[in-house]
Design a protein around this ligand. Structure first.
Ligand code: MG
Length: 135
């Protein structure tokens, strides 16, 4: 499989299900990205405020909160940081709502590894490669 290098990129993963977290960890930990983890909206917003996050992978259905609150918060800050919504409930209008609230992309669970990596690369990959070559 193609090697991805997201060196020095900060990815915030908002996810409350351990099996999904393990999938993201297995897929992204070998890309040299810095991974930040949040299980609810409050944690996600705190981490977002305290770090220079480059990409957010956002679950919508969280234990006691909604990922939409995180998306609204980020866009209220007029942030251009890419937010990819990733959720299991594609039939409940969440895709439409995600884009309405300013999400950059939407992927439905179960997520295939290739699909995840292509999506992350779309937002982080090429720019990073060119910067590394200039050094
Ligand atoms: Mg969830």
């Amino acid at each position: 499989m193609k090697q991805f290098d997201f060196n020095n990129k900060n990815i915030l993963i908002v996810e409350d299900t351990i099996t999904s977290s393990r999938f993201f960890d297995a897929a992204l930990s070998r890309t040299n990205a810095n991974l930040f983890w949040a299980e609810d909206a409050g944690e996600a917003i705190q981490i977002f405020d305290e770090n220079n996050i480059d990409l957010v992978l956002l679950d919508i259905n969280l234990l006691t909160t909604s990922g939409f609150d995180v998306l609204k918060y980020i866009r209220e800050k007029d942030s251009n940081i890419p937010v990819v919504v990733q959720t299991a409930y594609i039939l409940s209008g969440e895709e439409e709502m995600s884009f309405k609230l300013g999400a950059n992309d939407f992927i439905a669970k179960p997520i295939k590894l290739n699909q995840l990596m292509k999506t992350v690369e779309k937002f982080l990959g090429r720019e990073d490669t060119s910067l590394l070559k200039q050094d």
